[in-house]
Ligand binder design. Structure first.
Ligand code: NCD
Ligand code: ZN
Length: 345
């Protein structure tokens, strides 16, 4: 197959940042994707419906002329989030989900939740009104090894929460382990998972072999190869509980190429090419549409995009820029370490 037409995809986990960075990166998403769930981990974070409304306006202003793109807004859950504000956000149609960052788990998450009991009133309200919770599924307990943090989160936080509030719809974002995949598969209802582009392609060797490679460092950190294989199997299976959330997370190069580099990989620009490559290798090109364009809307109670996009397999590798230059500085583009022949027409 050298040509593939699918419904226009969506990105169910995206970092757009703000200001000059937002202006520099948004076109890489709006070129291909119809909608994206926008992460609220700005500095300061997007915690109220009013914050989300103002942020949405800044995003809409930055969309390049001629592109149609709908930002789906989220709220950053804190121990002080008001259930009434969350309900108003959902009722007004502005808020698509609320995001749980365990405090300290990742970039700009120090204001996240330390004590889940304190978040229960909001979570109960969300269960009642049918507003999904997106979770960054890693514990931050210092004694837990960074490669085990997702598995321990499932056992000690997520499973107890789901037993306590079975009606709460939970998206386990950027699943990186076989444990996460198995857990989602075993759930009867109200649980789904997003998978990033890069976790389908790299394992932890990409970060550490032959020198330390900051542009392959993200959170949750890439795991062993057996975990990557489980992610590929789930993504290409057609199972409606798995869908694309790129977690494309731009940081300027000086903040990654230093003694304490930021976590985040920038994939918006070549995600569809990377995914077509992965799905073709699995003999699953016919399931790419389910993963990138159909399963996500179904989970979030939306219609798939009416438009389509066409991918073409070129004889020569597609030349993606190595860096996205932005007004905030240069951002290195994800290099999958193999040539990309699929291109969005
Ligand atoms: C994200 C960021 O930079 O905001 N980084 C990352 O490695 N994915 C935060 C996150 O989603 O964990
Ligand atoms: Zn993220």
């Amino acid at each position: 197959m050298t040509k593939l037409t699918l419904r226009r995809p969506d990105d169910w986990h995206l970092h757009l940042r703000d200001g000059a960075m937002l202006e520099g990166v948004i076109g890489d998403t709006s070129r291909h994707f119809g909608r994206a769930i926008i992460m609220p981990n700005l500095v300061p974070p997007v915690v109220t419906t009013a914050d989300a409304r103002a942020y949405r306006e800044r995003i809409v202003k930055a969309i390049p002329a001629g592109d149609t793109f709908e930002p789906l807004m989220t709220l950053y859950l804190t121990e002080h989030t008001s259930p009434d504000d969350v309900e108003e956000g959902k009722k007004s149609g502005l808020i698509t989900a609320v995001k749980l960052y365990p405090a300290g788990a990742t970039t700009n998450s120090h204001g996240g939740v330390r004590d889940m009991d304190k978040a229960m009133p909001v979570l109960e309200r969300m269960a009642k009104i049918g507003l999904p919770l997106c979770v960054h599924g890693e514990v931050t307990t210092p004694e837990v090894d960074i490669f085990d943090r997702e598995a321990v989160f499932i056992e000690t936080v997520l499973d107890p929460l789901r037993k306590r509030l079975p009606e709460l719809k939970v998206t386990m974002e950027h699943v990186t382990t076989e444990n996460g995949i198995d857990y989602i598969r075993s759930a009867e209802k109200n649980l789904a998972g997003s998978i990033t582009t890069h976790h389908l392609i790299i394992n932890r060797n990409a970060i550490l072999v032959g020198g330390i490679k900051p542009h392959y460092y993200c959170l949750p950190v890439a795991k062993r190869e057996n975990h990557r294989l489980a992610l590929v199997k789930a993504a290409t299976s057609g199972d409606a509980r798995f869908f694309l959330g790129t977690d494309s997370a731009p940081h300027i190069d000086p903040l990654k190429e230093c003694g304490c580099g930021c976590a985040g990989i920038y994939t918006s620009i070549n995600t569809m090419s990377c995914l077509a490559h992965v799905f073709e290798n699995e003999g699953a090109l016919d399931r790419l549409e389910a993963f990138a364009s159909l399963n996500g809307p179904t989970w979030y109670g939306l219609q798939p995009n009416p438009e389509t996009i066409t991918l073409i397999k070129r004889d020569e590798p597609v030349d993606f820029p190595k860096k996205r230059e932005t007004g905030a500085g240069p951002v290195t583009v994800f290099d999958p370490l193999f040539p990309l022949h699929w291109d969005v027409a």
